[in-house]
Design a protein around this ligand. Structure first.
Ligand code: BES
Ligand code: MN
Ligand code: ZN
Length: 470
């Protein structure tokens, strides 16, 4: 795995005399170039736009492009003057602005190389960045804080990228334990025996077809006052989704080792809360299963008894995520939460609706919806709302069970999935948000992120923890 960038603020002689340090300059054209002037090298990075057209969204990409171009030119040491990145018309606060720079530089410096042989000339990662213009202590702290956040997002990407053969529910537990090592995060794991005792028929039903035992991972970080109600995150931890007996077609199975991305995001969001010492109580719940076809699989037509007592009529074994999340959401009740957020690579339909540039969010709380959209812009984990209207509930009425796990038509699949979860979230006595992050499971061309898991929405969850005043 690449090491994180070493940022230096002592931007003086050392850098001036080291010929390996390449100075970065932004230029308005599209092209980027490595230019030599005597013994000094300069990396000209094309922003592709005029200064006046810069937006926060574009600045995110520019910060990443600097690193992408440095790597493409095998440059390992950079120097940047943050004044070059400052666009006064954006009215960014100094700290906010440097955090944006370091987060995105670090995200662009990540690549999942764990299973690749190192080339003779070594990996092309940026090792050191000399930063000029971080005037205050607050700015320097913000820059390093951005790095802590991005390192955790990258750890989340590595976890999600791990192939299905090496990422079973038990290995996800190992991942959660090692991510929380040395931190004030308590990890508790329920196995199938404990889940049976509790009556988690949803998780157990989906897990039936797999040789791998299901695990229910609980992470607890108590940074707030003891009596303060916690924020609970529930993450979908399907370590591999074949579809089960409703087997997916070949092309659709590829990448389904990343179906635990919501769980990975929840694990690393709790870790970040601890690393940033946020004064909040945060619980992470990750039901982890493998969805497999076999002689012991759950069948279409099976009726499962969920932890809530409601029965789930399984019409399609490939709509497994919502079934395990239902038990997760019900389990959240015991914490007397002030807010419950579930995160899941839940539906291809969310991708059909929104493309791959934002996650879908669903909530009845308009204030929260507004905050999330704002924090989406701020964090770079963009989101867009879809409705939870009552009318959609008709579609998931069960015939032989209380609620069916898929809708009657193939339309609006992201919404019927959300309504299914809503059935269970209604038992909560606090606001609830569902984040369908399937659109953001993997990075896309042009965002200067390595192929594979994008690490959404860790940054958003952390911003939410910082903000939440419910
Ligand atoms: N994990 C998938 C959704 C998914 C697909 C996420 C592609 C990321 C990329 C989920 O479990 C699933 O299979 N959903 C089905 C639901 C359908 C059976 C109602 C889908 O979206 O097709
Ligand atoms: Mn599925
Ligand atoms: Zn799935």
């Amino acid at each position: 795995m690449p090491k994180s960038i070493a940022f230096h603020f002592e931007n003086n002689t050392k850098q001036a005399i080291d010929p390996n340090v390449v100075r970065v300059r932004l230029v308005p054209g599209k092209e980027s170039m490595l230019v030599r002037e005597g013994s000094i090298r300069r990396l000209e990075v094309g922003t592709g736009i005029e200064v006046a057209d810069m937006t926060r969204r574009k600045l995110v990409l520019v910060a990443r492009k600097v690193i992408a171009e440095a790597r493409a030119h095998s440059v390992q040491k950079l120097s940047v003057d943050i004044a070059d990145f400052s666009f006064p018309h954006l009215h960014l606060k100094d700290e906010d602005f440097v955090e944006l720079l370091s987060v995105n530089m670090e995200l662009a410096n990540f690549e999942f190389v764990k299973y690749k042989s190192e080339p003779k000339e070594g990996w092309k990662f940026v090792r050191e960045v000399f930063v000029a213009g971080c005037k205050s202590k607050q700015m320097r702290e913000a820059l390093l804080r951005g790095q802590i956040i991005a390192d955790e997002v990258n750890a989340c990407r590595a976890l999600a990228n791990t192939p299905g053969g090496e990422m079973t529910p038990k290995l996800l537990v190992v991942g959660a334990r090692s991510a929380t090592k040395g931190l004030l995060v308590k990890v508790t794991v329920l196995g199938e025996r404990e889940m049976k005792k509790l009556g988690m028929g949803g998780v157990l039903g989906v897990a039936k077809g797999s040789d791998e035992e299901a695990q229910f991972i609980i992470l607890e970080y108590k940074g707030g006052q003891a009596k303060e109600w916690p924020i609970v995150f529930v993450g979908k931890g399907v370590t591999f989704d074949t579809g089960g007996l409703n087997l997916k077609p070949s092309d659709a199975i590829y990448e389904m080792h990343m179906d635990m991305s919501g769980g990975a995001a929840v694990i690393h969001a709790v870790v970040l809360a601890a690393k940033l010492r946020l004064k909040k109580n945060v619980i992470g719940l990750v039901p982890a299963v493998e969805n497999m076809p076999s002689g012991s699989s759950y069948h279409p037509g099976d009726v499962l008894k969920s932890l809530s007592g409601r029965t789930i009529e399984v019409l399609n074994t490939d709509a497994e995520g919502r079934i395990i999340l239902a038990d997760g959401i019900t389990y959240a009740k015991r914490y007397n939460p002030r807010l419950v957020v579930d995160v899941a690579t839940l539906t291809g339909a969310a991708m059909a609706a929104l493309g791959q540039r934002c996650s879908a969010i669903f909530t009845e709380d308009e204030k929260l919806e507004h905050i999330l959209r704002e924090l989406g812009e701020k964090s770079g984990d963009y989101v867009w709302p879809l409705p939870l209207w009552d009318e959609y509930e008709e579609e998931i009425k069960g015939t032989f069970g209380d609620v069916a796990n898929v809708g009657k038509t193939r339309y609006g699949g992201a919404i019927t999935a959300a309504k299914f979860l809503h059935t269970f979230a209604k038992d909560l006595s606090c606001p609830w948000v569902h984040i369908d992050m399937a659109p953001r499971m993997t990075s896309i061309e042009g965002e200067y992120l390595a192929k594979g898991a994008a690490g959404a929405p860790v940054r958003l969850l952390v911003k939410l923890l910082e903000q939440v005043i419910l």
